[in-house]
Structure formats: C-alpha cells, structure tokens
Design a protein around this ligand. Structure first.
Ligand code: ATP
Ligand code: VIB
Length: 260
C-alpha cells in the first residue's frame, strides 16, 4: 500500500496570536463577501497579508467595520481597513464605497462581462493567478460571510471550494467554518478547543464515499460508506484535540465556532 501524505489543519487564525511552532506556517488572505461580517473579522484582518472584497463585500467592510470600534471615528476605521483589491461584477457595490476605496488606492477589477462565475470565484482566481508578492506556497484563504443567508449563494460558495480543491480555502460565519479535506491526503485536524467545537460534521460532497475512517470523534467512521440520501455525518462531536480523517472521496469538514 502507498503511504499517503499527511495534511495538517488548524483554526489558529481564530486565536489572537498564531503560535510560533505552527507548522507549516501559513500565509493568509482574507476575502470579504456580501453578508454580515463575523465578530472576529478584525482579528482575521490582522493575520492576513492580502485583503480582498467580492463586489458587495466592500459595502459590508465600509458599513460594518466601524461598528466594531464605536469609540473611533468611522472614517479613520475605514482607512485602517482598506482592501487591497475589490473584484466582481460590480452590480452590488455602492458608488460612494467604490469611490472611497479607489481614492485610497484599492485596485478595482471590474468583471461585469462575466456572468457565469460568482464574485467569490473571481476573487479566488485573482488570488491564485494575479496576487503578486504573496507567498503562495502555503497560502490559506479565509472567506467571511460565506454561510447563512441565501441558499443559492451558500451552495455556490461550497462549489468554489470544490472547484479550487488544491487551494486551502476556509468558509466562515459567526457560527461555523467549513473546509475541504481532499481525498489525496490523510488529514490531521488540531482542534483549537478555546474557540471551536465540539459540534462537527463530515459530509461527502459531489460523490458518495465507499470508505471513510476517522479517529477523535464521538461517532467515528470505520471504513464507513457515506452519501447524500444515505448516511452523512452531521451533529457529530469532537472528543480529542486531534481528529484524523481518511477517505476515498473529498469530504467537507465543518466545526462550530464558540460564542466567546
Ligand atoms: N446571502 C449570502 N449568503 C452567502 N454568500 C453570499 C450571500 N450574499 C452574497 N454572498 C457572497 O458574496 C459574493 C458577493 O456578493 P454580491 O451580493 O456582490 O453578489 P451578486 O453577484 O450581486 O449576487 P446576486 O446577483 O446573485 O444577488 C457572492 O459571490 C457570494 O459568494
Ligand atoms: C447555468 C447558469 N445558471 C446561472 C447563471 C447566472 N450566474 C451565475 S454566476 C453569476 C454572476 C453572479 O455575480 C450569474 C449571473 C449562469 N450564468 N449560468
């Protein structure tokens, strides 16, 4: 049997400081979508080296970032949290918001002619192909505002993580996070118990899994088959600080985010 490479996962981006011993050390890009900003957005912003808004996501940044800093002047907060790039089909961003960030030097990429890919897709393509000066060897894209809200958007967002399965992309809301576990690796997930868990799920996306095996969960899978219309592992519980997953299919991993 061929030994599979191990892939490590950790939500240490939800911690105020990322532990130095974190291996491999990742570079983060933050991508803001058009939904309420999660409460930890300023924290993710500080961890990230590149900041993008998908079209109407720029309105959220403009409107909601100042609400996290009620003592400060809104305009000062907006200047401090200036996105590097705004990309999309530009049918949702307000003119005043576009003009404000453009005047600060934000790069505006108007893809209004492309009505076949979502704004999230367009932004991930930008990060993959155009973001110069960013170390992409160990890049992780944190996407805020990706869950909850309109179901077609949520499914479109999940489709993006499947389409870009070789990139690390994490979809986040106030309540949970989701990322893909590609079938080509064995996975070790280090649970940050101060900020995440215990509720979790493993969901076969796209194709049925003939065999998935886990350790560290209350209801572990043991060479178990999963498929939509059959068994999928929802409402599972993390029992150990390290969870391992191996499967013949790409799986979605989801875990709850603690309130405080
Ligand atoms: N309610 C939502 N739930 C989840 N994701 C969302 C939601 N609204 C927007 N998004 C995400 O934010 C991105 C930018 O949103 P925006 O509203 O600008 O998109 P849009 O292209 O105008 O969408 P549509 O034309 O379908 O309303 C979308 O591509 C999507 O990924
Ligand atoms: C089969 C099919 N379904 C829906 C759309 C519409 N659509 C998909 S992504 C997008 C851009 C949203 O910013 C739009 C309008 C399409 N083109 N093809």
């Amino acid at each position: 049997m061929i030994a599979m490479d191990l892939m490590h996962h950790s939500s240490c981006f939800l911690l105020p400081t990322i532990p130095l011993q974190r291996r491999p050390s990742l570079t983060y890009a933050l991508l803001v979508l058009n939904q309420n900003l999660p409460r930890f957005t300023p924290l993710l912003w500080n961890h990230a080296q590149l900041h993008l808004c998908a079209d109407g996501g720029a309105n959220r940044l403009y409107d909601e970032m100042p609400l996290f800093f009620p003592q400060e002047d809104a305009s000062d907060v907006r200047r401090r949290y200036k996105p590097d790039v705004i990309k999309g089909d530009m049918d949702s961003i307000r003119r005043e918001v576009l003009e404000f960030y453009a005047s600060l030097g934000t790069e505006i990429v108007d893809k209004s002619h492309d009505q076949d890919t979502t704004d999230l897709h367009k932004c991930v393509t930008y990060i993959r192909d155009s973001a110069s000066g960013l170390d992409k060897s160990n890049l992780c894209v944190l996407v805020v505002g990706a869950l909850g809200g309109r179901f077609d958007h949520e499914m479109g967002n999940l489709n993006v993580i499947c389409r870009f399965s070789s990139m690390r992309i994490v979809l986040l809301s106030n309540d949970s996070l989701i990322h893909l576990l590609p079938r080509t690796y064995c996975h070790e997930i280090h649970i940050q118990t101060s900020v995440e868990g215990p509720h979790c799920g493993l969901i076969p996306i796209g194709t049925p899994s003939k065999s998935s095996t886990t350790t560290g969960l209350q209801w572990d899978l043991n060479n178990t088959a999963m498929e939509f219309g059959g068994l999928v592992s929802t409402s599972n519980i993390v029992k150990e600080e390290k969870v391992t997953v191996q499967s013949d299919c790409d799986l979605l991993w989801t875990i709850s985010i603690k309130k405080l």
